[in-house]
Design a protein around this ligand. Structure first.
Ligand SMILES: [Fe+2]
Ligand SMILES: [Fe+2]
Length: 184
């Protein structure tokens, strides 16, 4: 078997991201439907459209590489979207629902940022300037979306700002926010 090269690693990662990006389009559409706050709904819907374009860009990168566009199951993205499904079931309809949705969506964006950053860097190393440009465009849109979600999350309302129950017992001085409950 021929020794694996960086070009092989680039190709394998591209297949993984191709799968992940298609999954993210579905997740974003679901999030747009589930979101309560209108600005959040809009942000998810807009990024779902952008993401469909990201899928197209990936097809172009496959072409530049001279390979057919094929997806390879990305278990990381499967895990992230499965968690989103769970969270929607657990928190859907509650005042925490939008907060939880933003959390899930940002996990998707951070994964994408990590992968596109890597692919862009490898494309540069491999002398694929056009591929690096396309991947860089997507990377910027992922980063912009992540920043927008942070901003929107800060503006989301929540009613348990005052310490209550256990948090009140623990708090000798008033806490500005109730402690976030960690995933068991
Ligand atoms: Fe994307
Ligand atoms: Fe994204």
């Amino acid at each position: 078997m021929a020794e694996k090269t960086l070009r092989d690693a680039f190709h394998e990662t591209l297949k993984d991201v191709y799968y992940a990006e298609k999954q993210s389009v579905r997740a974003l559409k679901k999030a747009a439907k589930a979101a309560e706050a209108p600005e959040l709904k809009q942000a998810f819907a807009t990024h779902a459209e952008e993401s469909a374009n990201h899928v197209e860009r990936l097809v172009q990168v496959f072409e530049l590489l001279g390979k057919p566009a094929r997806a390879k199951t990305c278990e990381a993205m499967q895990g992230i979207t499965a968690e989103m499904e769970e969270d929607l079931e657990e928190f859907g309809g509650s005042e925490a629902a939008d907060h939880v949705l933003v959390g899930c969506a940002q996990a998707v964006e951070h994964y994408e940022i990590a992968r596109y950053g890597l692919l862009k860097s490898w494309a540069g190393k491999l002398g694929m300037a056009e591929a690096a440009r396309l991947l860089g465009e997507t990377l910027e849109e992922e980063k912009r979306t992540d920043a927008l979600l942070s901003k929107l999350a800060d503006a989301l309302p929540f009613s348990d700002a005052e310490p209550a129950g256990e948090a009140a017992d623990e708090a000798a001085t008033p806490a500005p926010r109730a402690k976030a409950k960690s995933r068991a």
